[in-house]
Write a protein that binds this ligand. Structure first.
Ligand SMILES: C[S@@+](CC[C@H](N)C(=O)[O-])C[C@H]1O[C@@H](n2cnc3c(N)ncnc32)[C@H](O)[C@@H]1O
Length: 264
């Protein structure tokens, strides 16, 4: 039998790997991510990386938290980039582990840019993004022939001084998969209604997908803000809005529950 470790390229000292940890369940780690966990000297991880994923780290590896926790301010992005560069220059094998996919609303792009500018050799290992995993495990296809030919991934938390043209997104008719949007749902929903989306457009919210804290709420576009206000939709959550969300009621009928013991 081929050894799975042979599938992964060498993790050289003095390099950084920017790796997606998936939505939570270690079963959704890639083989490259798992092998990197077993080799890295230092693992710099974000708040949405589940402890049971970190449990696959090599014994003796240094674990450094670089996220937002308990209402405390986030680690400043510039400091994280500088830390990665410093650790690499010290000759460490640096694993930068981020929830989901590092390049989807994960600021992985900024870190890659900083490493490139600093001349640090690095590798990017994609991960399963929570936006797609949250839908799939609940029987919602992100694309369904004859239903949609495009899907929009959007953040509810744009960069300062940036605005999202929700009404324009609504007019495309493509389903919208929202990240980081729970606290902004009232404004987003009003703007989507103003853009012509019907109030009864199906919606689905998944909190803590593939983790022990997971909860799922079926909704419509217009009921989303109230459900969030009542605490039935909680962060971190993915909120999907569009006809695809309705497939859950039929597809999920005989869908086996997702999850491994390791996710608990
Ligand atoms: C900073 S973004 C990171 C997204 C990540 N890079 C990805 O590809 O999934 C954080 C947001 O991702 C979503 N998220 C991450 N993990 C999740 C999970 N297990 N279940 C539901 N939503 C999740 C939430 O919307 C959360 O606010």
């Amino acid at each position: 039998m081929t050894s799975l470790s042979r599938l992964t390229p060498p993790f050289a000292p003095g390099t950084v790997w920017l790796v997606g940890a998936g939505p939570g369940d270690p079963g959704l780690l890639t083989i490259h991510a798992l092998n990197a966990l077993a080799i890295a000297d230092v693992i710099v991880y974000d708040a949405l990386v589940e402890p049971n994923v970190l449990s696959y780290a090599r014994e003796g590896a240094a674990l450094e938290f670089a996220g937002k926790r308990g209402g405390k301010p986030s680690a400043v992005q510039r400091d994280i980039c500088e830390r990665l560069i410093l650790l690499a220059r010290e000759g460490k094998r640096v694993l930068r582990l981020k929830g989901g996919d590092p390049f989807i609303f994960g600021r992985g792009g900024e870190e890659a840019l900083a490493l490139a500018e600093a001349g640090i050799p690095f590798r990017i290992i994609p991960g399963v993004s929570s936006g797609l995993a949250s839908l799939a495990i609940h029987g919602v296809p992100a694309t369904m022939r004859k239903t949609n030919h495009a899907v929009i991934l959007a953040t509810g938390h744009p960069a300062p001084d940036s605005e999202i043209e929700w009404a324009s997104l609504a007019r495309t008719g493509a389903p919208i998969v929202l990240y980081m949007a729970v606290s902004s749902l009232p404004g987003i929903v009003s703007a989507l209604l103003a853009g012509g989306l019907a109030g009864n457009t199906p919606a689905l919210a998944v909190h803590g997908a593939t983790t022990a804290k997971e909860s799922v709420v079926e909704a419509t576009l217009e009921t989303l803000p109230k459900l969030a206000e009542e605490g039935l939709i909680r962060s971190p959550a993915i909120v999907a809005i569009g006809a695809i969300a309705a497939f859950r009621s039929t597809i999920a009928n005989h869908l086996l529950e997702f999850g491994s013991e390791a996710a608990q």
